[in-house]
Design a protein around this ligand. Structure first.
Ligand SMILES: [Zn+2]
Length: 117
């Protein structure tokens, strides 16, 4: 069982960015969504999430996040990348990364639900 919540995500970005990311997610702007199990440089288990996110100007951005599995499968954001201007300019996550991680969180919660049934 893994554990990474919307509250965890909210702490990693500005609230305005979180709201925009939520809209992007609802508007289905995410394509080529992909989750991989990887190991970091110290052989720690991680999950790499990547996708293309369509921006407000129609540009498609490459977005990627690595979540590090801590004890009890609690996940922590280890690194994040997006090739948009905002990500390069400002600290914290951009709206594309937020959309990507929201999809991941919802997918995980869906899985949990189906497992319980
Ligand atoms: Zn971005």
């Amino acid at each position: 069982m893994i554990n990474f919540s919307r509250e965890d995500l909210k702490r990693l970005c500005y609230s305005s960015t979180f709201e925009k990311g939520k809209e992007y997610y609802k508007q289905n702007r995410i394509s080529n969504f992909f989750i991989e199990d990887i190991e970091d440089d110290y052989s720690n288990p991680c999950e790499r999430i990547s996708a293309n996110v369509t921006g407000s100007n129609g540009n498609i951005y490459n977005c990627m996040a690595v979540l590090f599995k801590e004890h009890r499968n609690k996940l922590r954001l280890s690194s994040c990348f997006c090739n948009c201007d905002a990500f390069a300019k400002y600290e914290g996550l951009c709206k594309h990364s937020v959309a990507l991680l929201l999809k991941y969180i919802d997918l995980y919660n869906e899985n949990k639900k189906t497992k319980k049934v």
